[in-house]
Design a protein around this ligand. Structure first.
Ligand code: NDP
Length: 335
């Protein structure tokens, strides 16, 4: 693959939503590099996906220290793509990374200490060949480290210029409110929360969205397609190139249940009436909340990124449609 020159009209169709009460806008669709960008994956496919995403107006790319496999290799590969194709476009990109899960052995390579967060971000920057990331997240709560220590570390990271904004991921509503207060008092507001959210996992609807709205924190939903379950991917069995079929995939074959599939088939009938693919309806449904800044999709093929961006053509739901969707999701025994 030769020289990459981005599409001139790349900003024409994408929607950009303000992230909470901040100055930053994110593309309504963001691309996550958790799967399919590691050392086990095709580099040329990874590169084509990042290029196509950018051509479609996706400005936000989400990584973490441990993405791969092997851990760290997604950042390394993304760094190579940045160097080859995006060296004159750094200011058009929002690049996120995180620390919070196991990354290296010993007591300093996991959880939420200042020692771990700062060392991990330094490693991430060096893997990606960057001077700073746009957003740095604490990846999961650490109930043994004082919240103040973790938040002071995030504040220090911003002040040192290694990240422009900070966020939290997988934090409960109560912990999010506490973290937001500490960060606000330090003068480094919490930009964004990254929770898991999809038709199959609605925990944020109870309290988290209310907290985010009150605190002025943006929201970006991860695994909005339930890792591919909320698509037509598994309608005819488990395709060999699918996440569920891969040994290193986080979606296990046992999680592709007939009960869930029959729900997705019924949901797909509603999607068809809306002239959308199943994936498009699932993404539009996540974006229906005013607090939702962006949906963070994963992809193994360029066509999946194109499909995701197409979701923005129809993001309105009638109350009848929402009711039908709720009824299908709530049904115990699917028809
Ligand atoms: P999704 O729920 O969007 O699942 C993505 C997978 O679904 C793809 O890899 C593909 O799987 C399949 N798929 C996507 N589009 C289509 C389509 N149009 N038709 C059919 N199948 C499709 O998200 P992920 O689970 O990948 O998570 C997204 C991102 O969220 C991650 O990359 C990461 O950045 C972030 N994340 C954050 C976490 C956190 O703790 N903060 C945890 C997990 C993820 P296939 O390979 O089968 O083609």
């Amino acid at each position: 693959m030769g020289f990459y020159s981005p599409e001139i009209d790349r900003y024409d169709e994408m929607k950009y939503n303000r992230c909470g009460r901040s100055g930053l806008k994110l593309s309504a669709i963001s691309l996550g590099l958790w799967h399919n960008f590691g050392s086990v994956d095709s580099m040329s496919n990874a590169r084509t996906m990042v290029q196509r995403a950018f051509d479609l107006g996706i400005t936000h790319f989400d990584l973490a220290n441990n993405y791969g496999p092997s851990p760290g290799s997604a950042e390394e590969n993304f760094g190579k793509i940045l160097k080859k194709d995006f060296s004159s476009h750094r200011d058009e990109l929002i690049i996120s990374t995180k620390a919070g899960y196991f990354m290296w052995p010993g007591p300093y390579g996991d959880w939420g200490s200042r020692k771990y967060l700062i060392a991990s971000l330094d490693q991430s920057l060096s893997r990606m060949g960057l001077e700073y990331v746009d957003i740095f997240y604490h990846h999961r709560p650490d109930l043994e480290t004082p919240l103040e220590e973790t938040m002071y570390a995030l504040d220090q990271i911003v002040r040192s210029g290694k990240a422009l904004y900070v966020g939290v991921s997988n934090y409960s509503p109560g912990l999010t409110a506490k973290a937001a207060k500490i960060l606000r008092d330090l003068g480094t507001p919490c930009l964004i929360h990254q929770p898991k959210y999809s038709m199959f996992n609605r925990w944020i609807e109870k309290d988290l969205l209310r907290v985010l709205k009150k605190e002025g924190i943006g929201c970006i939903a991860f695994s909005p397609l339930a890792q591919g379950l909320l698509t037509e991917r598994y309608f005819k069995g488990i395709p060999l190139d699918s996440r569920a079929a891969k040994r290193h995939g986080f979606l296990k074959v046992e999680e592709v249940t007939e009960e869930q599939l029959s729900k997705v088939r019924r949901l797909n009938e509603i999607a068809k009436q809306r002239n959308q693919s199943m994936a498009q309806m699932a993404l539009a449904w996540v974006l229906r909340h005013s607090e939702m800044t962006s949906v963070l999709v994963g992809a193994s093929h360029v066509s999946q990124i194109e499909d995701a961006v197409g979701a923005l053509k129809n993001t309105k739901f009638s109350s009848e449609e929402l009711k039908m969707i709720d009824d299908i999701l709530d049904s115990k025994k699917s028809k």
